[in-house]
Unconditional design. Sequence first.
Length: 509
Amino acid sequence: MEKRVPAVSIRNVSKSFGRVQANSHVSMDIYRGEILALLGENGSGKTTLMNMLAGIYFPDEGHIAIDGREVVIASPRDAYDLGIGMIHQHFKLVDVLTAAENIVLGLKGRLDLKAASRRIREICDAYGFEVDPNQKIYDMSVSQKQTVEIVKVLYRGADILILDEPTAVLTPQESDKLFAVLRNMRNDGKAIVIITHKMHEVKALSDRVAVLRKGEYIGDRPTAVTSEQEMTNLMVGRPVSLNIERPAPHDPKPRLEVKDLTVRNEEGIVRLDHVSFTANSGEILGIAGISGSGQKELLEAIAGLQVTESGSVTYIEDDGRREELIGKDPLAIQEMGVALSFVPEDRLGMGLVANMDLTDNMMLRTFRSGHSPFTDRKGPRHVAESVVEELEVSTPGLGTPVRQLSGGNVQKVLVGREITSAPTVLLTAYAVRGLDINSSYTIYDLINRQKEKGVAVIYVGEDLDVLIELSDRILVLCGGRVSGVLDGGTATKEEVGLLMTKLGGDRNE
Ligand SMILES: Nc1ncnc2c1ncn2[C@@H]1O[C@H](COP(=O)(O)OP(=O)(O)OP(=O)(O)O)[C@@H](O)[C@H]1O
Ligand SMILES: [Mg+2]
C-alpha cells in the first residue's frame, strides 16, 4: 500500500508566551478522511498548537506542511487560503449581524447576500445543518451560533477543520447532531481535528487520538484499541484513579427547605412548577434533567437571583431557627453562607473579569461575602493561592490576567472561588464544564470534602454516570416539575433517564 501524504504535517514546532512554553518541539500528522481527537490536560497546549495552524499565532520554530508542501501560515487569511478552518472555544461572531452577513464578513469581492444565502443553504443541505441565513446572531442559541461558525469556515472552502471543544457548550442531543455532521464531513474526505475533554465522545466519534502533555507530543493511538484509563494516564503522565467516592453522610440535618416553588419566565411560561424538596447538611443532592428543565431557575431562585411567583425557600440554622430566603437580596443570601457557582456556557461571560488578575478576581468574591461567620478571612490573595494550589491552576503567577489562562484554568478559578468561600450551602451547576478529566475528578473530590464538612451540596451536572456516583439522593426535573427522587446508591442510569423524559411528571411524588 502506498503511504498516505498527511493533510497537515507539524514538525518540531515550539511556541512560548513569555516564560510559558505552551508547545515544545511538537511533531504530529493529520490525515484526510479521519477524525482525530486531540487530548491533553488544561493548559497542555492544544489550543495554542491549533491556533498556529489557523494563523492566529506564529511558531517560534519548526515547520508546517500541507499535503506534503511546506507552508507559512502568517494570518487567518493564509490559513483559509490553505483550506484550514478553526471553530474557536470562544465564538467570534458579530451579534447584530445575520448569519449570512457573518459568514461573508471580511471576504473580498462584491457582496451578494442572495447568492451567499443560496450557497449557505447548499452547504447546510450537503452536511445536514440547520441555519436560517437571515436570523440575527443575538437571537440564536449557542448551538445555532456554533453552526454558523462551522458553515462560515466551510463557505470559505475549508477542508481541514479544527473544532476546539465544540461540545463544551452543547446539550447531549445537540452534540449527537454535530457528530452526525462531522461524520458526513469525514466521509466526504475532510480532515477533522476535535479537541474535547469528554472521553465518551472521544470513543464515540474519533478514529485516532493524539495526546499532548505540558506542551509536548506524547503519542497517538487508534481509538478502537485505547481506553479511557490509558488516555487519562497518557495525558497526566501517571496512573490516575477514575473512581468517585461516596462517603456516607454524617449526621444530615435539613438545611434548606424548598416548598411549592413556582417560577415563570418573562414570556409567562412556567419554568418551575410547585417544586418541593429538602437539602440536608452533609449530603449531596444531585439534580438531573434535560438541559432547560428548570435547573438554572431553581438555583437562581435559591440564590435570590430569580423572581418567583409562589412558594418558599427556607434556610434552617444549626439551632433550628428558620429564615425565609425569598424576598431577600442576593448579597444577604450569600452572607448567610449560600454560595452559587454556575458555570455558564460562555465561561468568561459571567463571574470573572478577564482583564483582572487572579487575586483581584478572588477579591470580588471575598469582598462580597462580607463578614459572615463562614467567610474565609484570610484575604483574597490567600484564596487565590489556595485555589491555584489545590486545583493545580497552571499560571505564571497570581498577577496574571485571567484572560491569558487556558480555558480550563479559567474555569478552575471560577469554581474554586466559590468552594473556598467556606459556604454552608453550595449550589453548583456544570462545575466540570470544559475541565480535563483529572481536574474534573479533583472537583468531585473537593465537593465531597465540602459534604464531609457538613455543607449541603446541590449539584447540577450533565454527566449521568458521575451524577449517580456522586449524589446521595437524585432529584429529577422534567419540564419544571419534580418527576422523581431516587437514592444515589441504588439508582440506575436508565431509571434516571426515564424520569428525565417523563412527560407531565406528577407533582406530588
Ligand atoms: N495569549 C497567551 N498569553 C500568555 N499565555 C498564554 C496565551 N495563550 C495560552 N497561554 C498559556 O499557554 C499554555 C497552553 O495554553 P492552551 O490554551 O494552549 O491550553 P489548552 O491545552 O488549550 O487548555 P484547555 O484545555 O484548558 O483549553 C497555558 O499555560 C496558557 O496559560
Ligand atoms: Mg484550549
